[in-house]
Design a protein around this ligand. Sequence first.
Ligand code: MG
Length: 290
Amino acid sequence: MRYYTIDYKGTAHVAASKDGKRAYILRAFRTMNVLLLKDHDGSIPGLSEAVDLEDENVRILSPIPHPRQDVVCLGINYADHATEAKSFDSEAFSKERPEPIFFSKRVSYSQGTDDIIPLHEDICDSLDYEAELGVVIGRDAFKVKAEDALDHIFGYTIINDVSARNLQTRHKQWYFGKSLDGFTPMGPCIVSKDEFDGIPHLDIKTYVNGELRQSSNTANLITGIPEIIETLSAGMTLAAGTVIATGTPSGVGMGMDPPCFLKDKDEVVCEIEGIGRLVNTVRAGATVPV
Ligand code: MG
């Protein structure tokens, strides 16, 4: 099942779709967070209203416009990205990474596909993209072993972990440079785990203005999804609704020679096999709702 948050005739609704074309409004769930707290089983009530996702009255929002907590992020979780990050700034991205690096990303409002990414040109001179597989938790996880981790996953989405590299390096810590308003586009939907065979190995790609920049597969994660859940839940409850951004492969703008950052009007497409495409355009002088 593919779960969407849609704006339909001016009101936000949670909707479920088998084919990504026709979606059924799930009126029992006011928001996606409510649905995640119930760990929805995929059933669609018989009288649910159906809408065409391409209808002019429908706008696809982020599946979770207001995450309940900060997004949990993995840093340097693909080996090839570790190499390019170090070449950009050897102090901020040191080479020895024996254990997973966790940080968090504040998101007051996550925008969806076809929304803008603000350039924040007054404080950011190095806006960058990071396509990531997002894991959405559907059942509270505490002291969960890797082999049981799948029981706690609701599904998967696409996240662009937008980053201000100058702020990331200036402040010696990633929180601020990753947390500006509009830095967490997500979508277009959450695909439930039953659509995949076990922990999925999915092609992940980014295009900027049509040019392929990132291309890898989530099989290349250094710390895999079950190990991420085991490590974190050993000491902190991953509550239903938690979103985990699992890290990005090589090919980000800071890794290019010379570095090539996003600018006004650039189109960024993050694509993950079996989930879809998250399309956003950079806009100077723009803000997003919070
Ligand atoms: Mg990232």
